[in-house]
Write a protein that binds this ligand. Structure first.
Ligand code: NAD
Length: 435
């Protein structure tokens, strides 16, 4: 199929490259010239396992290209996937500005093009957004008969997003009509997993069920882990047995006590869900306390550092989780900011963040949003180890794990439950957040 993908961020870039890998003819559209140029040069604008080779192969094979020209992309495609961001507004509500803008642009281009076209929204949005906000925007430009509309939420996890694309946990198609749903189903033909064809608002809501539950599970695991730690119990041993109970049939995903969660999805989706519930006068005390619980967990890590009494701190990991360069709402960024604000002498190393900065992909984000941390970034593991009296480990990057010292000094604060935590626990310098 001939596909245009709007937004070449984490979701859009992975979708575009993987669809090209499946043999579709794909044109990516982004407002960012840097991202467009990177894709056309055969380079991915995000750091993810396998994404670099997929983008390079797609461009080399003539199945993937990028442009800033909406009209040209619409003219060259029969289906458009909308993957623009839907961040939080300051009051926690869902920001639909980018969705509205791109929908208007697509509508205007479709009015010129004529012929059948299907617009598929992959961005996460609250139930009702598509039918009440976006469809009317499209209809301002084009009559409903020529344009199909579907909602197809994305369930990829950053760090394993290419793998998740080709082996999705499920495919959800919210269809305005059967013909629109058929187009989406055809697009993913050949991929494994169940396909659920549901009404549009149901598809929008399913994504929130996923993300709210993931946040809830992490919060539960971390709170439970903190209680265990205080009572001298190994929380992972508890969880191993708890999860082994087949009759409970609970997936272990997100249930391993570790560090706080973050990223561009879970916090903002919980926020907008709670905001929407409150606006509808629905009391949601459980959902409303997931983020405060997460903030408390982050504070526990700060307290562990304070208790060491040392001032020179090294931090390994800065992106919101391993395997990505994504810094948005990263709990490690927040931890670094708290320590920096308290006057700790900090050095930070994250190989994916350094690589992305070198390529230019996240350079602007670092310079504009994190200039105070930019000066603390070290390109090598050794630089951080040479500096630190306390080492905070927030990543499982093999290069970091291999270099971590043993013994009394530096003090090692383990945020992620290191693979060798069991044996390290006996060492005098080891402090584990998840014990
Ligand atoms: P992102 O910020 O990485 O990417 C969005 C891209 O859209 C940016 O490159 C931006 O320049 C571009 N853009 C904005 N307006 C545009 C326009 N008018 N035309 C073309 N491009 C435009 O966002 P993301 O992380 O890829 O997330 C996209 C959506 O998918 C969000 O709704 C998010 O909640 C959802 N989602 C994200 C993930 C994830 O893991 N990141 C997973 C599932 C769902």
């Amino acid at each position: 199929m001939r596909v245009s993908v709007f937004g070449l961020g984490y979701v859009g870039c992975v979708s575009a490259a993987c669809l090209a890998g499946m043999g579709h003819e794909v044109v990516g559209v982004d407002v960012s010239q840097v991202k467009v140029d990177l894709v056309n040069a055969g380079r991915a604008p995000v750091v993810e396992e396998r994404i670099g080779e997929l983008v390079a192969e797609g461009v080399r094979g003539g199945r993937l290209r990028a442009t800033r020209d909406v009209r040209e992309a619409i003219a060259a495609s029969e289906v458009s996937l909308v993957c623009v961001g839907t961040p939080s507004e300051p009051n926690g509500s869902l920001c639909t500005t980018y969705l509205e803008r791109v929908t208007e642009q697509i509508g205007a281009a479709l009015a010129e093009r004529g012929g059948r076209h299907t617009v598929v929204f992959r961005s996460t949005m609250l139930p009702g957004t598509c039918l009440n906000l976006l469809v009317p925007l499209l209809e301002k430009h084009v009559s409903g008969v020529d344009v199909g509309v579907a909602v197809n939420p994305e369930f990829l996890r950053e760090g394993t997003s290419v793998r998740d694309f080709f082996d999705p946990p499920k495919t959800v198609i919210g269809e305005l009509d059967a013909a629109s749903g058929d187009v989406v189903a055809k697009l993913y033909e050949g991929l494994p997993g169940d396909v659920f064809r549901v009404p549009v608002p149901t598809a929008e809501a399913i994504k929130y069920a996923d993300n709210a539950f993931h946040g809830l599970k992490i919060g539960f695991a971390n709170e439970f882990g903190a209680v265990c730690r205080a009572l001298g119990v190994d929380s992972h041993q508890v969880m191993d047995v708890f999860l082994a109970d087949r009759k409970l049939n609970i997936s272990p995903a997100y249930l391993r006590p570790g560090f706080a969660f973050g990223g561009s999805c879970l916090p903002k989706d919980l926020r907008s869900l709670v905001h929407a519930a409150h606006r509808a006068d629905v009391s949601v005390p459980i959902l409303a306390h997931v983020l405060p619980s997460n903030a408390d967990h982050l504070q526990r890590a700060v307290e562990l550092v304070e208790r060491t009494g040392k001032r020179r701190v090294g931090l390994f990991g800065l992106s919101f989780k391993p395997g990505t360069d994504d810094l948005r709402e990263s709990p490690l960024v927040e931890l670094a900011e708290k320590l920096f604000g308290k006057g700790y002498d900090l050095r930070i190393h994250d190989a994916n963040v350094s690589l992305s900065r070198l390529l230019g992909a996240n350079r602007e984000y670092i310079e504009t949003r994190l200039p105070h941390l930019a000066q603390l970034l070290a390109d090598s593991v050794e630089e951080v180890l040479d500096h630190a009296e306390v080492v905070l480990v927030g990543t499982r990057d093999p290069a970091v794990l291999a270099a971590l010292p043993h013994g009394e000094s530096p003090v090692l604060v383990d945020l992620v439950r290191l693979p060798d935590a069991e044996s390290r626990r006996a060492e005098p310098g080891y402090v584990g957040l998840a014990w």
